[in-house]
Design a protein around this ligand. Structure first.
Ligand code: GYE
Length: 371
């Protein structure tokens, strides 16, 4: 796997540098930047980032964290932001500077540079795009500020200390394996799929697309079209409306790469009089598994939903605590994820040699969802 290889080669060096920085190399100014990014909130607490010997902060000293978040495009994103705000709270000893980058890669680079100028102790990035990172991450490194990447991956730089997130290709493969087993059980011999992809250039999109495509090619399925809905409800609806016109009567599967796109696709199919879900003419699949959409699985409107867990922040907190103590943190952490289905005909699927349960969704399952 590409990411693992990159991390394997580069992380120890990056980590060594960052640990050095953490224990006294932080030369960044603690002055607020002259041209502050408009949506950046100031750290709520002590902004004095004067380094202490050996990285041992006196207890009670506030840790300044800057988080350059992707945006607010989806329910998943809202859950991710809430998780970060809960964990990096004043009560937990943090001052969080949160920037909503509104899905604009240039704004995200500006936000990171603003965090450098503010002399943040740590910078968290959820990269909108998988590439374009090496220059700014080098600047973070030179300023001695450890960067922790969450959720989506950085694919063209190794200058960060750790990554916490999902294996998006596994999610796409799981979707394909489930569809194969489901279709076999239902006696469906031909798959004609329409895919609504996520935002172009995001590793979540790349992984889910590649994973599903791999199974589609292996099984000889037709992917009639695969277009971006930008991970939004409006985007999903727009793409599905055009699919309904161009491919009327030709498709029996719709794969939406997130829940919000699935909501938009449902509206478009409702308008076009197309029956989807359990007992319908179209198998509808989603990713993320936010509670309202697991409810839709329970209600039979979505056939299957592949979880993407947005709760990276508690693990990032552990990584920061380890760095603060001068310990070596985990450098690559995969969050755990579950697969959900409306019917119980597929009990398990196997991806990369690992068998995993497909959870048949009942109301109890919905009610137990953490987000
Ligand atoms: O699936 C989608 C969000 O990066 C995994 O981004 C994340 C994706 C998530 O907008 O809902």
């Amino acid at each position: 796997m590409k990411l693992k290889k990159i991390l394997g080669l580069g992380l120890s060096a990056a980590l060594a540098l960052s640990l050095f920085a953490c224990s006294g190399g932080n030369a960044a100014s603690s002055e607020p930047p002259a041209d502050d990014t408009p949506s950046a909130s100031e750290p709520a607490g002590n902004t004095d980032s004067t380094p202490t010997p050996e990285g041992n902060e006196p207890s009670g000293e506030v840790i300044n964290v800057g988080f350059a978040q992707v945006g607010h495009e989806s329910d998943w994103r809202t859950a991710s932001t809430k998780s970060a705000q809960d964990v990096f709270s004043e009560a937990n000893g943090y001052a969080l500077s949160f920037v909503d980058c509104d899905n604009d890669p240039a704004a995200q680079l500006d936000a990171v540079r603003s965090f450098i100028q503010q002399g943040m102790d740590y910078i968290i990035i959820d990269p909108i795009q998988a590439t374009g990172w090496d220059t700014v991450l080098t600047e973070c490194d030179e300023a001695g500020i450890p960067v922790i990447v969450i959720d989506r991956t950085v694919d063209d730089s190794d200058k960060y200390v750790a990554w916490v997130g999902s294996d998006f290709k596994v999610e796409g493969l799981a979707c394909g394996e489930w569809l194969k087993a489901y279709a076999a059980d239902k006696g469906i011999t031909e798959i004609n799929a329409l895919v609504i992809e996520g935002s172009v250039g995001a590793s979540a999109t790349i992984g889910r697309t590649d994973g599903f495509k791999e199974i589609a090619e292996r099984e000889g399925w037709n992917i009639l079209a695969s277009q971006s809905g930008d991970f939004t409800e409006a985007g999903g609806q727009e793409v599905m409306e055009s699919y309904c016109q161009s491919y009327a009567g030709q498709f029996n599967v719709v794969i939406c790469q997130n829940d919000n796109e699935a909501a938009g696709a449902m509206t478009a199919m409702d308008q076009a009089g197309i029956k989807y879900g359990v007992g319908g003419d179209v198998i509808l699949v989603s990713f993320d598994a936010n509670r309202p959409y697991v409810q839709m699985v329970c209600d039979g409107k979505i056939n299957a939903n592949f979880e993407c867990n947005p709760m990276a922040a508690p693990t990032v907190d552990e990584i920061i605590k380890a760095l603060e103590k001068g310990e070596t943190p985990e450098t690559e952490v995969y969050v755990s994820e579950q697969w959900f289905a409306a019917e119980d005909n597929v009990k398990t699927i196997t991806v990369n040699g690992q068998e995993q349960e497909v959870i048949h969704v009942t109301q109890d399952v919905v009610d137990a969802r953490p987000y």
